[in-house]
Design a protein around this ligand. Structure first.
Ligand code: ITT
Length: 184
């Protein structure tokens, strides 16, 4: 089964295909930038985004919105994660947390599908802690800062664990489950 995935982020494409491969689903990247609505909800951003992309390409498609929600920063950077990463990066986030002992954070992902009739979205999340220093070379974005609960390593150090427990893997598995049953 092939699914169109509108994103400019190649890491997302690799990660969803890593999961999709286990279920016979291939996500094909489509370059179709869409405006991201100002909202604190990844679901709102993803759903509005996928409707925009569908209107442009006229084919069933998914988009994914995701972000890092840090409790001590009132959920910042949240839905602004991509923009904030491009501006201040991981060291900027650590600086904001200099005197903060509460390191609790959550990654969230929402995959939204639209085919002109059915609009469906699937969310996944993973809780963890923000490190004191970046660690690890793999993955992307905030991976070097995030240690999922129950694991002693960051996502950037342990991509196998990321594949099992990540926000994106949970959301994409929910999507695949629904999509496969819709197709059969
Ligand atoms: P598209 O909108 O084109 O899909 P994007 O990178 O702009 O790509 P988002 O708007 O969803 O994606 O922003 C998500 C940002 O949150 C992403 O750029 C990273 O900075 C961060 N992020 C999300 N998931 C992550 C993950 O699994 N590991 C590390 N950082 C992540």
């Amino acid at each position: 089964m092939k699914v169109l995935f509108a994103t400019g982020n190649n890491h997302k494409v690799l990660e969803v295909n890593d999961i999709g491969g286990e279920f016979g689903v291939v996500f094909k990247q489509v370059e179709c930038p869409y405006p991201e609505l100002r909202s604190d909800s990844i679901s709102v951003v993803a759903e509005e985004g996928v409707k925009f992309v569908y209107a442009k390409i006229g084919k069933p498609v998914v988009v994914e919105d995701s972000g890092l929600f840090i409790q001590a920063l009132d959920d910042f950077p949240g839905t602004y994660s991509a923009f904030v990463f491009s501006k201040i990066g991981n060291y900027g986030i650590l600086k904001l947390m200099d005197d903060t002992s509460n390191r609790t954070a959550e990654f969230r992902s929402c995959i939204a599908f639209y085919d002109g009739k059915t609009l469906k979205s699937f969310v996944g999340s993973v809780k963890g802690d923000i490190t004191e220093k970046p660690a690890g070379e793999n993955g992307f974005g905030y991976d070097p800062l995030f240690i999922p609960n129950g694991c002693g390593k960051t996502f950037a150090e342990d991509q196998e664990t990321k594949k099992k427990v990540s926000h994106r893997s949970k959301a994409v598995k929910k999507f695949i489950n629904w999509y496969s049953s819709k197709k059969s």
